[in-house]
Design a protein around this ligand. Structure first.
Ligand code: CMP
Length: 142
């Protein structure tokens, strides 16, 4: 299994609900290491750029509006098979379908307010990490 990095966002509703620690605990217990971290509030333009692949979809405006309601926590997670591992720990995008014990089963409220975002493939992980972090600010062990 390859050593990988993936981007994780803890979304505004989870930051405001004091769930940062509970969520990161699941990542760490699941074998992922936090190697970079930043709290920030996305501007509308930044949110639109980050979610560019979803532009034009019916949920896009609601997603952008939600993602700019307050600060998010951006992290780079690292480890063996990190991209898929993070997706397994997060659970299904739709919290109603998320397996018990996953982040979304425990912390998500709806499809839009689904607690976390994680990269879905190596190419997107690279682009999404670069969106938030410079290489020098990532304390990688790879
Ligand atoms: P995320 O992993 O951040 O990537 C895109 C987000 O769009 C997704 O999580 C959901 O929060 C949101 N979203 C809302 N509706 C849908 C939908 N029908 N399909 C996929 N994503 C959706």
């Amino acid at each position: 299994m390859p050593q990988e990095q993936t981007l994780s966002l803890i979304k505004p509703s989870s930051v405001s609900a004091n769930q940062i620690g509970g969520i990161i605990n699941k990542f760490e217990k699941g074998g992922l290491k936090v190697v970079a971290m930043k709290m920030l509030r996305l501007t509308e333009n930044q949110a639109r750029d980050f979610y560019d692949v979803h532009r034009g979809k019916p949920f896009f405006d609601e997603l952008i509006s939600f993602m700019t309601t307050g600060p998010i926590l951006a992290q780079v997670l690292e480890g063996e098979n990190a991209i898929q591992k993070n997706r397994d720990i997060m659970g299904s995008t739709n919290p109603a379908e998320a397996a018990p014990g996953t982040v979304r089963a425990e912390f998500a409220h709806s499809m839009t307010e689904n607690a976390v975002h994680g990269s879905d493939a190596p190419e997107t992980a690279e682009t999404e990490i670069a969106f938030f972090f410079e290489k020098k600010d990532i304390y990688s062990n790879i």
